[in-house]
Design a protein around this ligand. Sequence first.
Ligand SMILES: [Ca+2]
Ligand SMILES: [Ca+2]
Length: 267
Amino acid sequence: MALALRGNKELAIGAPGHKQIPGAVYITSLPDLRVTSILKGSEIGDEFGSAISSLEDFDGDGTTDLLIGAPNANGKLPAVGAVYLTLGRGYLKRIGEGKETGDRFGHTILYTGDTSGDNIPEVLVAAPMAAKLAGEVTLLSLSGHRLWSQPGNSSGERFGTAMAVVATDRVRGYATEFLIGAPGAGFMGKKNAGRGYLLSADGESLDFITGQEEGLELGSIVSEGPTFEEGGNSSLVLISPNFFDGKYIGRSNFYLRKAKVDSQDNR
Ligand SMILES: [Ca+2]
Ligand SMILES: [Ca+2]
């Protein structure tokens, strides 16, 4: 389910739909969640609204703009997936699309700010089913230009299933590090143990954290965690939804950069 705040007065709610209808994004006012407008996908089955990320007012019309993923949208080939930028109150501009059928480009999207210094912000877009399910993550300028693409390490790992910004240049307001989940990654012959990768804004791999047991799917959901020491880096959170020890199902794992510090079970 995709949700994003649009400014501080509106919540965008994704309704990606099913095979018979195009997806949609409902713009609702806060706090009453009254629907004020609906952005609609253009094609049946496009799954428009599967992912939503909010940015500032990109086109300067006074309205906060949105990035919206439609991972089953058609492009040059069928069902490659696409990402749209909203402009004004309802115009949708397609800024990128996947390369091969079934890539699911736009399954996960993450607004990054202007990481390249050309005053045009970027969005990180995942296509977790690309390249035999290895997955691929692309940093895409809102101008439509691709800055870099980083594939998953091995087939089936579904790199980009989940993504989070985990470090930000607070002065200039852009993302400097990303945490990328690959829940299908194996570990010493154990399938779907899962893995999280720490990536720089240049797409360079800085570190990774691997699940230790078969089927854990660590990295199905990832997030920035709290900062445990003043002035230090924030921690990393990777969720292993299939963790089961006979009593608890699912586990949130907290990591400091480099070393695991704590785990917490979910009832
Ligand atoms: Ca705007
Ligand atoms: Ca830029």
